[in-house]
Design a protein around this ligand. Structure first.
Ligand code: DP6
Length: 332
Protein backbone atom coordinates (compact mmCIF):
# COMPACT_ATOMS: atom_id res chain seq x y z
CA UNK A 1 0.00 0.00 0.00
CA UNK A 2 2.92 2.32 0.61
CA UNK A 3 4.32 4.67 -1.97
CA UNK A 4 8.04 4.99 -1.67
CA UNK A 5 8.65 8.72 -1.17
CA UNK A 6 11.79 10.84 -1.12
CA UNK A 7 11.90 14.31 0.36
CA UNK A 8 14.56 17.02 0.53
CA UNK A 9 14.68 19.63 3.26
CA UNK A 10 17.19 22.35 4.03
CA UNK A 11 18.72 23.32 7.31
CA UNK A 12 17.94 26.75 8.79
CA UNK A 13 19.70 29.38 10.87
CA UNK A 14 17.64 31.20 13.49
CA UNK A 15 17.76 35.00 13.89
CA UNK A 16 15.46 34.77 16.93
CA UNK A 17 16.35 31.56 18.73
CA UNK A 18 14.21 28.71 19.98
CA UNK A 19 15.70 27.74 23.34
CA UNK A 20 13.39 26.10 25.84
CA UNK A 21 9.99 24.49 25.70
CA UNK A 22 6.68 25.35 27.25
CA UNK A 23 5.62 21.72 26.72
CA UNK A 24 8.67 19.50 26.17
CA UNK A 25 6.74 16.38 25.18
CA UNK A 26 4.94 18.19 22.35
CA UNK A 27 7.92 20.47 21.62
CA UNK A 28 5.81 23.58 22.06
CA UNK A 29 8.41 26.33 22.44
CA UNK A 30 8.62 29.11 25.03
CA UNK A 31 8.83 31.79 22.34
CA UNK A 32 8.25 32.60 18.68
CA UNK A 33 11.35 32.19 16.53
CA UNK A 34 12.48 33.40 13.15
CA UNK A 35 14.92 31.91 10.65
CA UNK A 36 16.27 31.57 7.13
CA UNK A 37 16.54 28.23 5.32
CA UNK A 38 20.02 27.49 4.02
CA UNK A 39 20.27 26.46 0.39
CA UNK A 40 23.75 24.97 0.85
CA UNK A 41 22.80 22.49 3.59
CA UNK A 42 20.24 19.80 2.93
CA UNK A 43 19.05 16.34 3.94
CA UNK A 44 17.54 13.84 1.53
CA UNK A 45 15.38 11.02 2.92
CA UNK A 46 13.54 8.09 1.36
CA UNK A 47 10.78 6.29 3.27
CA UNK A 48 8.84 3.17 2.35
CA UNK A 49 6.36 1.36 4.58
CA UNK A 50 6.35 -2.39 4.08
CA UNK A 51 4.02 -4.91 5.72
CA UNK A 52 6.61 -7.61 5.09
CA UNK A 53 9.29 -6.30 7.47
CA UNK A 54 9.18 -6.83 11.24
CA UNK A 55 11.20 -3.80 12.36
CA UNK A 56 11.92 -0.31 11.14
CA UNK A 57 15.22 -0.21 9.22
CA UNK A 58 16.91 3.19 9.58
CA UNK A 59 20.09 4.00 7.68
CA UNK A 60 21.69 7.42 8.15
CA UNK A 61 24.72 8.42 6.08
CA UNK A 62 25.18 4.82 4.95
CA UNK A 63 25.22 3.36 8.50
CA UNK A 64 22.48 1.96 10.74
CA UNK A 65 21.33 4.82 12.98
CA UNK A 66 22.72 4.92 16.54
CA UNK A 67 20.28 4.06 19.35
CA UNK A 68 19.37 7.65 20.22
CA UNK A 69 18.67 8.67 16.62
CA UNK A 70 16.82 5.42 16.00
CA UNK A 71 14.49 6.00 18.95
CA UNK A 72 13.76 9.55 17.81
CA UNK A 73 13.05 8.52 14.21
CA UNK A 74 10.80 5.66 15.35
CA UNK A 75 8.85 8.04 17.61
CA UNK A 76 8.25 10.28 14.58
CA UNK A 77 7.26 7.31 12.39
CA UNK A 78 4.87 6.12 15.14
CA UNK A 79 3.19 9.51 15.20
CA UNK A 80 2.70 9.38 11.43
CA UNK A 81 1.52 5.73 11.51
CA UNK A 82 -1.04 6.71 14.12
CA UNK A 83 -2.36 9.62 12.04
CA UNK A 84 -2.48 7.49 8.90
CA UNK A 85 -3.93 4.52 10.76
CA UNK A 86 -1.32 2.06 9.47
CA UNK A 87 0.96 -0.35 11.32
CA UNK A 88 3.54 -1.32 8.68
CA UNK A 89 7.19 -0.88 9.57
CA UNK A 90 9.35 1.38 7.44
CA UNK A 91 12.59 1.44 5.54
CA UNK A 92 14.27 4.82 5.97
CA UNK A 93 17.46 5.95 4.30
CA UNK A 94 18.81 9.44 4.77
CA UNK A 95 21.89 11.45 4.01
CA UNK A 96 23.14 15.02 4.28
CA UNK A 97 24.82 16.82 1.40
CA UNK A 98 26.82 18.94 3.84
CA UNK A 99 30.24 19.38 2.25
CA UNK A 100 32.47 17.05 4.26
CA UNK A 101 32.05 16.50 7.98
CA UNK A 102 31.17 20.00 9.12
CA UNK A 103 29.80 19.62 12.63
CA UNK A 104 26.60 21.11 11.19
CA UNK A 105 24.58 17.87 11.39
CA UNK A 106 21.14 19.27 11.69
CA UNK A 107 18.00 17.86 13.22
CA UNK A 108 16.02 20.60 11.43
CA UNK A 109 16.64 19.38 7.88
CA UNK A 110 16.59 15.74 8.99
CA UNK A 111 13.18 15.85 10.68
CA UNK A 112 11.64 18.09 8.03
CA UNK A 113 12.68 15.65 5.27
CA UNK A 114 11.66 12.60 7.31
CA UNK A 115 8.26 14.07 8.13
CA UNK A 116 7.41 15.01 4.56
CA UNK A 117 8.65 11.69 3.12
CA UNK A 118 6.96 9.53 5.77
CA UNK A 119 3.66 11.45 5.70
CA UNK A 120 3.42 11.08 1.91
CA UNK A 121 4.54 7.45 1.99
CA UNK A 122 1.84 6.74 4.58
CA UNK A 123 -0.78 8.31 2.32
CA UNK A 124 -1.43 11.37 4.50
CA UNK A 125 -2.43 14.49 2.62
CA UNK A 126 -1.37 17.40 4.77
CA UNK A 127 -1.14 21.08 3.97
CA UNK A 128 2.03 23.04 4.74
CA UNK A 129 0.83 24.21 8.12
CA UNK A 130 -0.07 20.69 9.28
CA UNK A 131 3.31 19.44 8.07
CA UNK A 132 5.11 22.08 10.14
CA UNK A 133 3.18 20.95 13.23
CA UNK A 134 4.05 17.32 12.57
CA UNK A 135 7.74 18.09 11.89
CA UNK A 136 7.86 20.13 15.13
CA UNK A 137 7.19 16.98 17.16
CA UNK A 138 10.39 15.41 15.78
CA UNK A 139 12.59 18.46 16.27
CA UNK A 140 11.35 21.96 17.04
CA UNK A 141 13.48 23.77 14.50
CA UNK A 142 12.36 21.29 11.79
CA UNK A 143 9.01 23.10 11.71
CA UNK A 144 10.86 26.10 10.22
CA UNK A 145 12.47 23.98 7.46
CA UNK A 146 9.10 23.08 5.90
CA UNK A 147 8.14 26.52 4.44
CA UNK A 148 10.56 28.18 1.98
CA UNK A 149 12.88 31.11 2.57
CA UNK A 150 12.48 33.32 5.65
CA UNK A 151 10.18 31.70 8.17
CA UNK A 152 8.59 32.32 11.56
CA UNK A 153 7.42 29.67 14.02
CA UNK A 154 4.67 30.75 16.37
CA UNK A 155 4.86 29.57 19.94
CA UNK A 156 1.22 29.40 21.16
CA UNK A 157 1.82 29.63 24.90
CA UNK A 158 -1.64 30.45 26.24
CA UNK A 159 -3.11 27.98 28.70
CA UNK A 160 -5.74 27.12 26.12
CA UNK A 161 -3.27 26.73 23.22
CA UNK A 162 -3.34 23.50 21.27
CA UNK A 163 -0.46 21.80 19.49
CA UNK A 164 -1.95 22.78 16.10
CA UNK A 165 -1.51 26.44 17.00
CA UNK A 166 2.27 26.17 17.19
CA UNK A 167 3.16 26.14 13.51
CA UNK A 168 5.60 27.75 11.09
CA UNK A 169 4.86 30.00 8.10
CA UNK A 170 6.73 31.90 5.45
CA UNK A 171 7.55 35.57 5.94
CA UNK A 172 9.46 36.08 2.68
CA UNK A 173 10.21 33.69 -0.20
CA UNK A 174 13.92 32.90 -0.72
CA UNK A 175 14.16 34.94 -3.92
CA UNK A 176 12.88 38.06 -2.15
CA UNK A 177 16.23 38.77 -0.49
CA UNK A 178 19.74 37.85 -1.54
CA UNK A 179 21.07 37.55 2.00
CA UNK A 180 24.03 35.23 2.57
CA UNK A 181 25.08 33.19 5.55
CA UNK A 182 28.85 32.76 5.45
CA UNK A 183 29.55 29.87 7.80
CA UNK A 184 32.95 29.51 9.46
CA UNK A 185 33.52 25.91 10.53
CA UNK A 186 35.84 26.03 13.54
CA UNK A 187 35.14 22.52 14.79
CA UNK A 188 33.86 19.34 13.19
CA UNK A 189 33.37 17.52 16.49
CA UNK A 190 29.93 16.18 17.30
CA UNK A 191 28.22 18.19 20.04
CA UNK A 192 28.84 17.12 23.65
CA UNK A 193 25.38 18.28 24.68
CA UNK A 194 22.49 18.10 22.22
CA UNK A 195 19.91 20.86 21.77
CA UNK A 196 17.18 18.73 23.38
CA UNK A 197 19.20 18.57 26.61
CA UNK A 198 19.83 22.30 26.39
CA UNK A 199 16.09 23.00 26.08
CA UNK A 200 15.43 20.78 29.10
CA UNK A 201 18.09 22.54 31.20
CA UNK A 202 17.21 26.15 30.39
CA UNK A 203 14.62 26.39 33.16
CA UNK A 204 17.53 26.24 35.62
CA UNK A 205 19.07 29.47 34.27
CA UNK A 206 18.20 32.45 36.47
CA UNK A 207 18.08 34.63 33.34
CA UNK A 208 15.36 32.79 31.43
CA UNK A 209 12.47 34.86 32.81
CA UNK A 210 14.26 38.08 31.91
CA UNK A 211 14.80 36.91 28.35
CA UNK A 212 11.23 35.73 27.82
CA UNK A 213 9.73 38.93 29.20
CA UNK A 214 11.86 41.15 26.93
CA UNK A 215 11.68 39.05 23.79
CA UNK A 216 8.35 40.19 22.25
CA UNK A 217 9.69 43.72 21.64
CA UNK A 218 12.82 42.38 19.96
CA UNK A 219 10.75 39.91 17.95
CA UNK A 220 8.44 42.53 16.54
CA UNK A 221 11.33 44.86 15.68
CA UNK A 222 13.23 42.05 13.95
CA UNK A 223 10.17 40.83 12.05
CA UNK A 224 9.48 44.33 10.74
CA UNK A 225 13.09 44.86 9.67
CA UNK A 226 13.14 41.44 8.01
CA UNK A 227 10.05 42.29 5.97
CA UNK A 228 11.87 45.50 4.98
CA UNK A 229 14.95 43.42 4.09
CA UNK A 230 16.99 45.71 6.27
CA UNK A 231 20.00 43.78 7.59
CA UNK A 232 21.33 46.88 9.29
CA UNK A 233 18.09 47.17 11.25
CA UNK A 234 18.27 43.51 12.32
CA UNK A 235 21.98 43.19 13.04
CA UNK A 236 22.21 44.27 16.68
CA UNK A 237 19.25 42.06 17.61
CA UNK A 238 20.62 39.07 15.67
CA UNK A 239 23.90 39.31 17.60
CA UNK A 240 22.12 39.83 20.93
CA UNK A 241 20.12 36.65 20.28
CA UNK A 242 23.25 34.60 19.66
CA UNK A 243 24.88 35.84 22.85
CA UNK A 244 21.72 35.33 24.89
CA UNK A 245 21.31 31.76 23.69
CA UNK A 246 24.84 30.94 24.83
CA UNK A 247 24.49 32.94 28.04
CA UNK A 248 21.41 30.86 28.90
CA UNK A 249 23.29 27.65 28.11
CA UNK A 250 26.31 28.71 30.18
CA UNK A 251 24.13 29.66 33.16
CA UNK A 252 22.07 26.45 33.11
CA UNK A 253 22.77 23.78 35.74
CA UNK A 254 24.88 21.92 34.83
CA UNK A 255 26.34 24.62 32.56
CA UNK A 256 26.68 23.97 28.83
CA UNK A 257 29.64 25.53 26.98
CA UNK A 258 29.54 25.41 23.20
CA UNK A 259 32.21 28.00 22.35
CA UNK A 260 35.72 27.21 21.15
CA UNK A 261 38.60 29.73 21.30
CA UNK A 262 38.16 30.30 17.56
CA UNK A 263 34.51 31.22 18.10
CA UNK A 264 35.56 34.24 20.17
CA UNK A 265 38.25 35.21 17.65
CA UNK A 266 35.73 35.24 14.79
CA UNK A 267 33.16 37.22 16.81
CA UNK A 268 35.87 39.80 17.61
CA UNK A 269 36.85 40.04 13.96
CA UNK A 270 33.28 40.60 12.77
CA UNK A 271 32.89 43.47 15.27
CA UNK A 272 36.19 44.89 14.03
CA UNK A 273 35.15 44.64 10.36
CA UNK A 274 31.99 46.52 11.16
CA UNK A 275 34.04 49.34 12.65
CA UNK A 276 35.78 49.48 9.29
CA UNK A 277 32.43 49.80 7.52
CA UNK A 278 31.71 46.21 6.48
CA UNK A 279 28.08 45.45 7.25
CA UNK A 280 28.30 41.92 8.67
CA UNK A 281 26.62 40.39 11.73
CA UNK A 282 27.28 37.11 13.48
CA UNK A 283 25.03 34.46 14.89
CA UNK A 284 25.58 31.00 16.40
CA UNK A 285 23.71 27.73 16.70
CA UNK A 286 24.11 25.42 19.68
CA UNK A 287 27.75 24.88 18.72
CA UNK A 288 31.06 26.68 18.14
CA UNK A 289 30.71 27.44 14.41
CA UNK A 290 30.03 31.06 13.48
CA UNK A 291 27.45 32.21 10.93
CA UNK A 292 28.16 35.63 9.41
CA UNK A 293 25.21 37.32 7.74
CA UNK A 294 25.88 39.72 4.89
CA UNK A 295 24.31 41.09 1.74
CA UNK A 296 25.31 38.99 -1.30
CA UNK A 297 27.76 41.56 -2.66
CA UNK A 298 29.92 41.24 0.47
CA UNK A 299 29.79 37.46 0.81
CA UNK A 300 32.96 36.70 -1.10
CA UNK A 301 34.98 39.27 0.76
CA UNK A 302 33.78 37.91 4.11
CA UNK A 303 34.46 34.31 3.04
CA UNK A 304 38.02 35.26 1.98
CA UNK A 305 38.67 37.00 5.28
CA UNK A 306 37.36 34.05 7.28
CA UNK A 307 39.59 31.66 5.34
CA UNK A 308 42.70 33.49 6.61
CA UNK A 309 42.02 32.33 10.19
CA UNK A 310 44.27 29.40 11.12
CA UNK A 311 41.50 27.72 13.08
CA UNK A 312 38.73 28.16 10.50
CA UNK A 313 38.70 24.75 8.80
CA UNK A 314 36.12 25.43 6.13
CA UNK A 315 33.88 28.24 4.93
CA UNK A 316 30.45 27.62 3.40
CA UNK A 317 28.46 30.39 1.71
CA UNK A 318 24.72 29.82 1.70
CA UNK A 319 21.81 31.81 0.36
CA UNK A 320 18.17 31.55 1.44
CA UNK A 321 16.90 28.06 0.67
CA UNK A 322 13.67 26.41 -0.47
CA UNK A 323 11.16 24.63 1.71
CA UNK A 324 10.79 20.87 1.95
CA UNK A 325 9.81 19.14 -1.30
CA UNK A 326 9.55 15.67 -2.78
CA UNK A 327 11.56 14.23 -5.64
CA UNK A 328 11.35 10.97 -7.56
CA UNK A 329 15.07 10.25 -7.21
CA UNK A 330 14.91 7.65 -4.44
CA UNK A 331 17.85 6.59 -2.28
CA UNK A 332 16.95 2.89 -2.60
C1 DP6 B 1 20.10 26.74 19.06
O1 DP6 B 1 15.35 22.15 17.12
O2 DP6 B 1 17.66 21.24 17.49
O3 DP6 B 1 19.52 25.88 16.94
O4 DP6 B 1 13.55 20.37 19.31
O5 DP6 B 1 15.24 19.27 20.74
O6 DP6 B 1 15.35 18.98 18.25
P1 DP6 B 1 14.97 19.87 19.41
O7 DP6 B 1 15.94 21.14 19.32
P2 DP6 B 1 16.46 21.92 18.05
O8 DP6 B 1 16.91 23.29 18.73
C2 DP6 B 1 17.45 24.32 17.96
C3 DP6 B 1 18.19 25.24 18.83
C4 DP6 B 1 18.97 26.33 18.15
C5 DP6 B 1 18.12 27.57 17.91
C6 DP6 B 1 17.12 27.53 16.79
O9 DP6 B 1 17.35 26.89 15.75
O10 DP6 B 1 16.10 28.23 16.94
Amino acid sequence: MSNKTTAIAHSNIAFIKYWGNFDARLRMPLNDSLSMNLDALKTETTVEFDEAIKEDVIIVGGQPADDKTRARVIAQLDLIRKQANISAKARVRSHNNFPGATGLASSASAFAALTLAAARAAGLELNERALTVLARHGSGSAARSIPAGFVEWLAATNVTSTSEQSYARQLLPPEAWDLKDVIAIVSRDPKQVGSSEGHAAVNTSPFLGERISRLPIRYHRMRRELLNKNLNGMGADIEAEAIELHMLAMTSRPPIFYWAPATVRVLDAVRQWRQEGLEAYYTLDAGPNVHVLVEAKQAEQVADRLKTFADVQQVIVSGAGPGAYTTDKHLF
